[in-house]
Every structure is written in structure tokens, then in C-alpha cells.
Ligand binder design. Structure first.
Ligand code: AMP
Ligand code: ZN
Length: 111
């Protein structure tokens, strides 16, 4: 947890471009955008992987996804968006603090 990039961002120990924050999570711009708009939603609670979440942790994550889903206007995503959670090595998860990628601002490539 001490070496976690996203915990450091939450604590203000690393810089970020923050677009939104509440008691549950924050939304920042991804430092290496893969789409015209690429944001990351970071839960405030440190948990490394979605497959390690407790029932309560899953419910909190669901609440966060529910909130993001209704933020199209303020995030500039009224024409649609894609949410991605990478889990583990095969998915290419590089930061061990659960986060949700929010992609949009253009027509996204199909998988
Ligand atoms: P993942 O590969 O799913 O673990 O995603 C990690 C994401 O965090 C990548 O898209 C990185 O570009 C992004 N990232 C890493 N460090 C920072 C940072 N300091 N500020 C903003 N985004 C970051
Ligand atoms: Zn963390």
C-alpha cells in the first residue's frame, strides 16, 4: 500500500489532473491516454484486485460504477463511453489498486 501510485495520488503525494472527487472515489486523467478522453476512476479504499473483493467491497465498487454511469455530461462523454477493469497479468493490469478505465470522446475501436 505504501508504494501504491494511486494511494499516493489520493493523498496528494503525486500530482494528477483531478476531474472529480467524493467520499468513495476520484476521477483523474490517465497519464498515457489510449483514447481522446481516457480517465481513471480510483476508489479511495486500497484493494489490489477485483477477484479479492469482499461482498462489501464489490457493493462499493458497484456503487462507484453506478455513479460514473451517470456522469456523461460532466465528463464530456455524451456520445458514449467504455468502462474497463483490467484484472491480473493477462489483462495487463500494471497498478495493483483496483481502478476503472473510462474511455471515449471519439469512436472507439472494436475489440
Ligand atoms: P492498468 O494497466 O489497468 O493497471 O492501468 C494503469 C493505468 O494507470 C495506465 O493506463 C497508466 O497510464 C495509468 N497511470 C499510471 N501512473 C499514472 C499516473 N501517475 N497518473 C495517471 N495515470 C497513471
Ligand atoms: Zn492503493
Amino acid at each position: 500500500m505504501e508504494d501504491c501510485i494511486f494511494c499516493k495520488i489520493r493523498l496528494g503525494e503525486l500530482p494528477s489532473t483531478k476531474l472529480y472527487e467524493d467520499d468513495d472515489f476520484m476521477i483523474i486523467k490517465d497519464i498515457n491516454p489510449q483514447a481522446k478522453i481516457h480517465l481513471i476512476a480510483i476508489p479511495k479504499e486500497h484493494a489490489p484486485y477485483i477477484d479479492m473483493l469482499t461482498k462489501e467491497g464489490s457493493e462499493r465498487l458497484g456503487k462507484i460504477i453506478g455513479k460514473i454511469s451517470h456522469m456523461q455530461e460532466e465528463l464530456g462523454l455524451t456520445n458514449g463511453y467504455r468502462l474497463i477493469i483490467n484484472q491480473g497479468e493477462d489483462a495487463g493490469q500494471t497498478v495493483g489498486h483496483i481502478h476503472i478505465h473510462i474511455l471515449g470522446g471519439e469512436k472507439l475501436k472494436e475489440f
